[in-house]
Design a protein around this ligand. Structure first.
Ligand code: HEC
Ligand code: HEC
Ligand code: HEC
Ligand code: HEC
Ligand code: HEC
Ligand code: HEC
Length: 473
């Protein structure tokens, strides 16, 4: 069952939320304005050196304008329909902006649809549009094996526009950036720097006001002839020293512990391999099954790396790379690679003579091969037990969930952090494929509860996936 979050109730609550926000913002504005006013008043009375005054005024003004800028950016975010949120809550279960999934990719689809608000009618109720005999509706319905699309009668035209605009503007994220080009890809749009600047300027303001207040007090004391306490400079004040020491202690402790835990982790690690072997060419373009080479993944703890005679099953025949035009090979640094030359390199390791079409042998008849020294990428610490067949065969977890889109990588990089939190989180969240899986037939209680409807799913955590000794020797 799919459901739309766009019900009248949720709209009412959004409206209420909006009003609350407006109210809060107004209140904030008022208090900030009064603060500024007070600051100005104080400036009038205290003996701030004349030369400093323009700077202080500048501080006040820039703080105020930044504050207003922030408010405006927030308000506009509240007011316009948020295409991304609407897309995520309504359409993402069947559509990807740039890839085909249950339905077509939505990026740029507007251009290919009939005009006259056709798309609104489609989204509001595609079934009735199909039933009316509309040509485009029937074409696309038949193309997608007559899968019905959910009707969204409550979406306004403005909201549908926002969704399609979001899809049009969508840029595919750079999947867990490989080490080589960690800086590519635009940084996510964020207000963080704005908040930082504002926080800093407010802090400066606080310090200035505090100093001003002190000055004022002294002036008043002087006037009434009350002796002033001797002023202690900031760096000798006990309070300041204590607070700084505690802060340094907390931050350096955090930094140290974090650094120690991350020691030995290597997410995004992408070493240069002895042969430029591309998973994209073999798995993505030529559709090889992972298990052809990593047969161990289904049967044992190790997935295994194939030996060179597995490669030679094909490469006795395939002696050149002809795909350079559609898919030029490049290292992460952008260096161009000649695929044919790489296959020749394979021959050297395998001891294959491509001219004679036979293996080179020594006088005893042994093949003169040297092992290819692939660089190991994934590497759990020795105190952790991990088993591939448990996940691939029993748990039916896809390779890609742990290794990322291998079929799109020329050079493999480590996609997942391989941290303990990563394993545990997945065990908490993953619903195990309980039915029709003999491995779980002994869990009678869960089967009964599933049948009686008492529970809808069983997670790996409930089967003991959080017990220390399952993963630690
Ligand atoms: C239950 C799955 C599902 C959901 C949810 C869904 N769609 Fe679709 N959509 C489809 C399918 C399937 C098709 C292909 C046509 C067909 O089989 O009905 C499609 C087709 C489309 C088309 C293409 C029509 C054409 O002529 O090419 C558009 C536009 C569209 N959907 C927009 C949306 C929008 C916007 C949302 C979110 C508000 C949405 N869809 C939600 C399944 C879905
Ligand atoms: C034609 C053989 C072949 C096929 C098919 C193949 N691989 Fe590989 N794979 C290799 C070789 C050789 C290496 C070692 C070189 C490297 O890291 O690129 C490797 C390395 C890997 C590694 C990194 C191992 C490490 O060092 O930690 C992963 C993960 C991996 N493959 C996953 C997959 C997945 C997932 C698929 C299917 C989508 C797949 N492979 C299909 C041959 C293959
Ligand atoms: C099932 C058949 C098959 C197996 C097994 C196989 N390859 Fe390939 N290989 C191909 C095909 C097909 C191409 C693409 C040829 C083309 O496009 O002209 C290719 C291309 C290549 C290339 C050039 C493109 C690139 O990836 O750099 C290299 C190098 C290569 N293979 C190395 C290997 C190695 C090393 C192994 C063993 C781990 C291996 N192949 C296993 C079928 C195979
Ligand atoms: C649940 C997560 C998970 C799944 C699913 C998974 N792997 Fe792995 N894979 C790992 C971890 C963790 C390692 C590191 C193992 C180690 O260092 O002992 C690894 C290591 C590897 C290696 C390096 C050699 C080895 O055996 O250590 C290869 C190759 C590999 N995986 C291929 C695959 C293939 C192919 C699939 C799908 C059939 C797959 N993996 C599915 C988590 C996973
Ligand atoms: C993508 C999700 C996922 C990740 C990531 C993952 N696991 Fe699992 N794990 C599963 C599932 C699903 C099962 C259920 C299979 C089963 O019950 O045997 C499982 C089962 C296990 C089991 C067997 C538990 C039992 O009850 O016997 C062990 C041990 C285990 N995982 C270790 C690990 C370790 C170690 C890591 C991290 C390196 C890890 N897993 C990462 C999904 C995951
Ligand atoms: C699902 C598998 C899993 C379970 C269950 C698990 N661990 Fe871990 N644990 C790991 C992995 C994987 C690592 C390695 C993390 C790394 O290399 O950073 C690890 C690392 C550790 C470390 C070393 C510190 C660190 O973070 O690297 C300690 C200590 C530890 N585990 C204790 C425990 C205790 C205690 C429990 C039981 C409450 C437990 N683990 C349960 C997978 C697991």
């Amino acid at each position: 069952m799919f459901y739309s979050k766009n019900t009248p109730e949720s709209r009412a609550s959004i409206e209420k939320h909006f009003l609350e926000n407006v109210y809060k913002i107004c209140r904030l504005c008022c208090s900030f304005a009064s603060l500024l006013y007070k600051g100005k008043l104080i400036l009038k009375f205290i003996p701030v050196p004349e030369s400093l005054k323009p700077m202080l005024r500048l501080c006040f003004r820039s703080a105020l304008s930044l504050f207003i800028l922030l408010l405006l950016s927030n308000v506009s975010a509240i007011a316009a329909p948020d295409g991304k949120a609407l897309f995520m809550s309504n359409c993402a279960s069947c559509h990807n902006p740039v890839k085909e999934s249950t339905g077509p990719a939505l990026k740029g689809i507007r251009g290919s649809l009939p005009g006259d608000g056709w798309v609104y009618k489609w989204v509001h109720n595609s079934a009735s549009l199909i039933a009316s005999g509309d040509a485009e509706a029937n074409r696309v319905y038949n193309k997608y094996a007559k899968t019905a699309m959910t009707a969204f009668p409550s979406l306004t035209e403005e909201e549908i526009d926002a969704i399609l605009q979001y899809a049009d503007d969508y840029k595919a994220p750079v999947a867990a950036t490989p080490a080589g080009n960690a800086n590519s890809g635009a940084p996510a749009e964020s207000n963080t720097w704005l908040y930082t600047v504002i926080t800093l300027s407010l802090l400066v303001l606080v310090v200035i006001l505090w100093r001003a207040n002190q000055g004022l007090k002294r002036a008043a004391n002087d006037k009434e002839n009350i002796p002033n306490e001797k002023e202690i400079p900031l760096y000798r004040s006990k309070l300041v020293i204590a607070v700084t020491a505690i802060l340094i202690f907390i931050f350096s402790g955090y930094w140290l512990v974090n650094g120690a835990i991350n020691e030995g982790r290597q997410q995004n690690y992408q070493p240069l391999q002895p042969i430029f072997y591309s998973h994209k060419v073999h798995v993505g373009i030529n559709q090889l099954n992972c298990l052809y080479c990593h047969a161990g993944a289904e049967k044992s703890r190790q997935a295994m790396i194939p030996s060179s005679n597995v490669c030679m099953n094909c490469h006795k025949q395939i002696n050149e790379y002809t795909g350079a035009e559609e898919h030029p090979l490049k290292t992460a640094e952008g260096k161009e690679i000649d695929g044919t030359q790489q296959i020749q390199l394979l021959y050297k390791y395998a001891g294959w003579d491509p001219v004679k079409k036979a293996y080179n042998r020594d006088e005893k008849g042994n093949i003169l091969a040297t092992p290819i020294q692939w660089v190991k990428i994934h590497n759990l610490p020795d105190h952790v037990y991990f088993n591939h067949s448990q996940h691939v065969k029993v748990g039916q977890v896809q390779c890609q969930q742990c290794h990322g889109s291998i079929e799109e990588m020329d050079e493999v990089y480590q996609f997942a952090p391989l941290s303990m939190g990563w394993c545990i989180n997945c065990h908490r969240q993953t619903e195990v494929q309980f039915t029709n899986n003999n491995y779980y037939s002994i869990f009678e209680k869960y089967h009964e509860e599933l049948e009686s409807g008492k529970r809808t799913k069983v997670t790996e955590a409930e089967l003991g996936g959080l017990e220390c000794q399952k993963c630690h020797y």
